[in-house]
Every structure is written in structure tokens, then in C-alpha cells.
Ligand binder design. Structure first.
Ligand code: FE2
Length: 242
């Protein structure tokens, strides 16, 4: 039985329209394991209100994905998903690029697949980051990309009012907060930071960062969270421009 059949959620996330961060291309990273799990997650996302979804597999040392292989897998999956009713539109493939020392060493920094508008979703290490990669930001900006930092609330070494965060905002880096952070999925500290960034109007996008059916269940619980619902009424995001 799909997750929402017994208790259909209100599709609150229709105000966002588009999810631009998820790991539902099966078996390429730590996301969904097979198409059954992908379909189940997508059904839940549709029930939550999403109309369009972009897939963003990890590109980092632990998951040495190649752009061409990812594109081929995506096209194959898209054909398979067309057989299912009631899913969001599978709008495109991009990536979540880990900006670390390893990335900086790779040749041709722009061997990437951005989201529409040349938006590039990047992340840092969740454990430590020797330095914020301003050279890399600058390199991409010179190539007319706009960097979106995934889940700034999840990095324990970055506080909401740290000089690094302020510098990134001054530099034009956009922020994407994880929806599940706002229900405490990653702990109290990440939740508090997520709301603080939003209250400061520093957050341009919300994303599910959907990996598997546990995340899908948490997404449904988040829709019942009063603080989250109030925040959604009060703030607007740019997801619907994608
Ligand atoms: Fe992610």
C-alpha cells in the first residue's frame, strides 16, 4: 500500500510546484535502490503537492558518477516512469556536486549539468570543510552559473551568523534548505538553523533531498507540522521558477 492511501495529506507543497533536489535515480548513490522505491517516493511527493521533480544524484568521491552514464540512466528511467499514472512530471536531470579539494583538482570545472537558468546545486562535506571554496564559486560565476548551496543548515561547522555564511550571501550564493530539516529530521540544531535562515530571508529554495521511503514518510509528517505550515504561508520561494 502506498504511504498516503490511509490518510491522504493536503497537498501543501503545491505552492512550491517543483522539487529541485532528490536522489531518486536508482542505484547511483545513497538514494533509492530500485524503481519500486523511486515510484513510491514520487507518489508521495505528488500527494504532497509537487508537480515537477528534477533528479540530482551525488557527484563526489564516494559516488564517482559520470555525466554521460547518469544521462543515459535518466532517459531509460524516464521511459519506465511514463508507464505510471499520478507521478509528478519528471522534468530533468542535474546533480548535487560536492565542492571540496577533490572537486577543485578535477579538470574542466564546468563538466556539469545545471538546473534551468544555469543554477548549480552544490554541497560541502557534512563533517568538515577545510575552507569555503570561494575560488570555485568565482570560477563558476565567471561562466555565468549561479551556485545554490544545498542544506546550509546541516553543516555543523557553519552557524547562521558566521562570517562564512555572510560572505557567501554577499557573494550571491543562493541557499536551499531541506524541508525535512524543518521537522527535525536531522536534529534540533539543523531545524533551528533552517528556520533562522528562512526568517532572515536568506533561503531561495526548499528541497526534499528525498532518498528513500523513510524520507517520504517524514515528508508526510512534516506536512502536519504547525510551525512548518505557518512558515509556508508567510514565505515565498523560487522553486516554481524551475
Ligand atoms: Fe542531496
Amino acid at each position: 500500500m502506498s504511504l498516503f492511501k490511509r490518510n491522504r495529506p493536503s497537498p501543501l507543497l503545491n505552492v512550491l510546484e517543483t522539487d529541485m533536489h532528490c536522489h531518486l535515480l536508482p542505484n547511483v548513490d545513497d538514494g533509492s535502490r530500485d524503481i519500486t522505491e523511486t515510484v513510491s517516493c514520487l507518489q508521495t511527493m505528488a500527494a504532497a503537492g509537487f508537480k515537477k521533480v528534477y533528479f540530482t544524484p551525488h557527484f563526489q568521491a564516494n559516488y564517482p558518477n559520470e555525466e554521460e552514464d547518469i544521462h543515459n540512466r535518466f532517459q531509460q528511467l524516464k521511459k519506465e516512469l511514463a508507464k505510471y499514472d499520478g507521478l509528478p512530471e519528471i522534468a530533468g536531470i542535474s546533480g548535487e556536486y560536492r565542492f571540496d579539494a577533490q572537486y577543485i583538482r578535477r579538470p574542466g570545472i564546468d563538466n556539469v549539468t545545471p538546473l534551468p537558468g544555469k543554477l548549480l546545486l552544490c554541497e560541502f562535506s557534512l563533517h568538515s570543510q577545510s575552507k569555503i571554496p570561494h575560488d570555485l564559486f568565482k570560477g563558476f560565476q565567471e561562466l555565468q552559473y549561479t551556485i545554490v548551496l544545498a542544506h546550509p543548515e546541516r553543516y555543523p561547522y557553519l552557524g547562521p551568523f558566521s562570517p562564512e555564511i555572510k560572505k557567501m550571501k554577499e557573494f550571491g550564493i543562493l541557499f536551499q534548505v531541506n524541508i525535512l530539516s524543518l521537522n527535525g529530521f536531522y536534529g534540533q540544531v539543523a531545524m533551528d538553523k533552517g528556520y533562522t535562515y528562512i526568517e532572515n530571508n536568506w533561503v531561495e529554495y526548499l528541497g526534499t533531498d528525498m532518498h528513500n521511503t523513510n524520507y517520504a514518510q517524514e515528508l508526510l509528517r512534516t506536512l502536519e507540522n504547525r510551525t512548518f505550515k505557518k512558515m509556508l504561508e508567510k514565505h515565498t520561494f523560487r522553486n516554481n521558477t524551475l
